[in-house]
Design a protein around this ligand. Structure first.
Ligand SMILES: Cc1cc2nc3c(=O)[nH]c(=O)nc-3n(C[C@H](O)[C@H](O)[C@H](O)COP(=O)(O)O)c2cc1C
Length: 165
């Protein structure tokens, strides 16, 4: 499930899904559609880093002012989806974000990871950040392939965890 204003996080989500598809059946969804997680063995969520963390309606509006292709900024992002997800107890999960490759620039994924833990999720792997070269993108060289490999690792971790239980 992805949130994406300029399309970079969506591109990463598609690459992650490609990697996961080697081990699993994968469904991709825009988080704005408030996808249901029931029936899923694993959820993977990703969003852009805004103002050092998760986006808010105001930061999404800012992205629109900067030319984001997604125009419905006031609607649901990763933060709002988690706000609406009362109980994810025992759900296996992994989180990623996109961000600029600069020190001290924050991470939406780190924030989301903590929040998902509190909602009861079991994190399969540490959260991961994928880099854009500037606010509108594009993705930095090699990030799409790194995302594909991360997706493979997430699915492999899910399979290994399922075999242990
Ligand atoms: C309002 C706004 C605030 C941002 N703040 C940060 C930030 O604090 N740290 C960072 O690394 N990137 C920041 N960025 C860059 C975004 O992470 C980048 O636009 C995003 O990864 C692109 O993903 P998307 O195409 O899926 O929207 C910001 C972008 C916007 C529009």
């Amino acid at each position: 499930m992805y949130e994406s204003m300029f399309g970079n996080t969506e591109a990463v989500a598609r690459a992650v899904a490609d990697g996961m598809a080697r081990h699993a059946e994968v469904t991709i969804a825009d988080i704005g559609a408030m996808p249901m997680v029931s029936g899923m063995d694993v959820i993977v969520v990703g969003g852009p880093t805004h103002a050092f963390g998760l986006s808010r309606p105001a930061t999404r509006q800012d992205a629109v002012r900067q030319g984001a292709t997604r125009r419905d900024a006031a609607t649901v992002g990763l933060r709002e989806w988690m706000d609406a997800s009362a109980d994810l107890h025992g759900v296996a999960a992994a989180v990623f974000d996109t961000k600029v490759d600069k020190p001290f620039s924050g991470s939406a994924a780190r924030k989301a990871e903590r929040r998902l833990r509190r909602l009861g999720c079991r994190l399969l792997v540490p959260s991961e950040s994928f880099h854009v070269v500037g606010t509108p993108g594009p993705l930095a060289d090699g990030e799409r392939e790194r995302a594909r490999r991360w997706g493979e690792a997430v699915a492999a971790a899910a399979v290994a965890a399922a075999q242990r239980t």
